[in-house]
Design a protein around this ligand. Structure first.
Ligand SMILES: O=P(O)(O)OC[C@H]1O[C@](O)(CO)[C@@H](O)[C@@H]1O
Length: 546
């Protein structure tokens, strides 16, 4: 039996080391060690991970690795890959890795080889994508499909949309893809305005096929099609679904052959590798989708086989725990210096916060430590002109991941050099800061009076010592994106095991899914029920103004 986390020897040692290091400046660590970059950076296929600008030293790294050992991380990892039901609150295996198990080795769950099931479904996707992209699949009036509208929310939307945005440079003009996730009708209305019922295919993505936002949007899409044609078979020609719930898809009117399966062992936020990724494959072609899977598979191999000390997702997860739980930094910024990754912060928000934003351990006891940070961010360059002021001089330290690529998707003049100069400059500035002495010298050299200098200096000081990790990808193509996303998925797994959090359920979100239902019925009847005075007041005000 493993002791509770905070009783582990490594944990207690890390608490002490955190106190000791609180007063150490990162720039001192660099000044004292010329080899720091080499010691604290590591490579995987197509990726360099530099964590030398994190506030760690070798003893901290050793303790973090000891913590991983004491938490039996390797054993948990192996159980996950083998298909054991490690999502024990829902009695499910956790097998997003099986969706990209490119060597097709057998993985048995409940007596079934899931690798075979995955291959069968991939083959179905391949055939479907070929039919639609070649123009063989026809709409109700005999025209080929030109537009795909993907309807889904959360894990059934963010992954495909993020990947579509990331890889748009590689798309041909066979199809355009639109995403609808919000129950706010303005979103679907705008999309439907831009497409044509004769040439539009709807992909309704919902693991449960009960999520009200998705079902509301799907019904609107059906109505829109029916307003355009009374042909009985139109739904079958214009609607496909991705779901585990065949009863509901059939009740909705989608023919069984037009339903792509997923499995209960795939969490929504880890599902872009399944048929949930169908819009990606339709947009870019099936080969690009396979490249995405290949990239993720490479990282699965890295995570499985590299020693812990050189294992990027292990290090990412441990560093997150170090920053959040031991150094008490409660936020984490995701800063891509590649426009292709502009949706990555939103994607990772769901990945990390829905997985590990919890406060009880495996046995259900409330934890006495901070679990995961608040994840936020946006493309670095835009962020520089928005919130970096806070990152440089705010009272709260926010560790940040800087993500860039060696080759941009599109080379335009000097743009990439300008972009990456900012990446390197920002991480350097966050680490070094600017001292009062430097500022005084600088202002003096400009001929500024000593009085003015005295007044300005405190405002211009940057303490520095802001930890960052840098991730450099060869490029953001399908393979590169697959690698990056798989790294973060495994990082989330590592955090969960170290913090003793059940990463693969989401009871907090399930609560929200149910709450709105009864209120919706009350709004529809015009009868506000028994609520607190605020909720009742808001509902009455809303009704009175409708
Ligand atoms: O795919 P479904 O069942 O419509 O659920 C959508 C999303 O809702 C959530 O439960 C909460 O956002 C996610 O985990 C899931 O990806």
């Amino acid at each position: 039996m493993v002791a509770s986390r905070s009783q582990l020897a490594s944990w207690q040692s890390l608490e002490k080391r955190a106190q000791e290091l609180q007063n150490t400046h990162l720039k001192t660590l660099f000044a004292n060690d010329d080899a720091r970059f080499n010691t604290f950076s590591v490579q995987a296929p197509g990726i360099l991970f530099d964590y030398s600008k994190q506030l760690i030293n070798q003893p901290v790294k050793d303790d973090l690795l000891r913590l991983a050992e004491e938490c039996e991380l390797a054993q948990w990892r192996d159980k996950m890959f083998a298909g054991e039901k490690i999502n024990f609150t829902e009695q499910r295996a956790v097998l997003h890795s099986a969706l990209r198990n490119r060597d097709q080795s057998a993985i048995i769950v409940d007596g079934e080889n899931v690798s075979e099931q995955v291959e069968t479904e991939l083959e179905k996707m391949r055939a479907f994508v070929a039919k639609v992209r070649s123009g063989e699949w026809l709409g109700f009036s005999g025209k080929a499909i030109r537009h795909v509208v993907s309807i889904g929310v959360g894990g059934s939307n963010l992954g495909p949309q993020m990947a579509t945005e990331a890889l748009a440079s590689f798309a041909d003009d066979t199809l355009d893809v639109h995403y609808v996730s919000n129950a706010d009708g303005v979103q679907i209305a705008k999309v439907l305005d831009a497409v044509d019922p004769e040439t539009t295919l709807f992909v309704i993505s919902s693991k449960t096929f009960t999520t009200s936002e998705t079902m509301t949007n799907a019904q609107t899409a059906v109505q829109w099609l029916q307003d355009a044609t009374s042909e009985a078979g139109a739904i079958a020609k214009h609607f496909v679904a991705v779901s585990t719930n065949l009863e509901k898809t059939s009740a909705f009117g989608i023919a069984p052959e037009n339903v792509f399966t997923m499995w209960d062992w795939v969490g929504g936020r880890f599902s872009m590798w399944s048929a949930i990724g169908l819009p990606i494959a339709l947009y870019l072609g099936f080969d690009a989708f396979i490249e995405l899977l290949e990239g993720a598979f490479e990282i699965d191999q890295h995570f499985k086989n590299q020693p812990m000390a050189n294992n990027i997702p292990v290090l990412m997860g441990l560093l997150s725990v170090w920053n959040t739980t031991f150094l008490d930094h409660k936020a984490q910024a995701i800063l891509p210096y590649d426009q292709a990754l502009h949706m990555l912060p939103a994607y990772l928000q769901q990945g990390e916060m829905e997985s590990n934003g919890k406060s009880v351990n495996f046995s259900g006891s409330r934890v006495n430590y901070t679990t995961v940070p608040l994840i936020w961010g946006m493309t670095g360059i835009n962020g520089q002109h928005a919130f970096y002021q806070y990152l440089h001089q705010g009272t709260t330290i926010v560790p940040a991941d800087f993500i860039g690529s060696i080759k941009p998707q599109v080379e335009v003049g000097e743009h990439h050099r300008v972009l990456m100069s900012n990446f390197f400059a920002q991480t350097e500035a966050m680490m070094n800061g600017v001292s009062a002495e430097q500022i005084r010298d600088e202002l003096k050299a400009k001929g500024i009076s000593s009085e003015e200098i005295d007044q300005l200096v405190a405002h211009k000081v940057h303490q520095g010592n802001r930890p960052t990790s840098s991730i450099l990808l060869d490029t953001v193509d399908a393979r590169g994106l697959g690698r990056l996303i798989a790294l973060y998925e495994h990082k989330i797994f590592v955090q969960g095991i170290i913090l003793e959090i059940c990463s693969f359920d989401q009871w907090g979100v399930e609560l929200g899914k149910g709450l709105a239902k009864s209120i919706e019925a009350e709004l529809s009847d015009g009868q506000v029920g028994d609520h607190d005075s605020s909720t009742a007041g808001l509902m009455n005000y809303y009704q009175s103004k409708r």
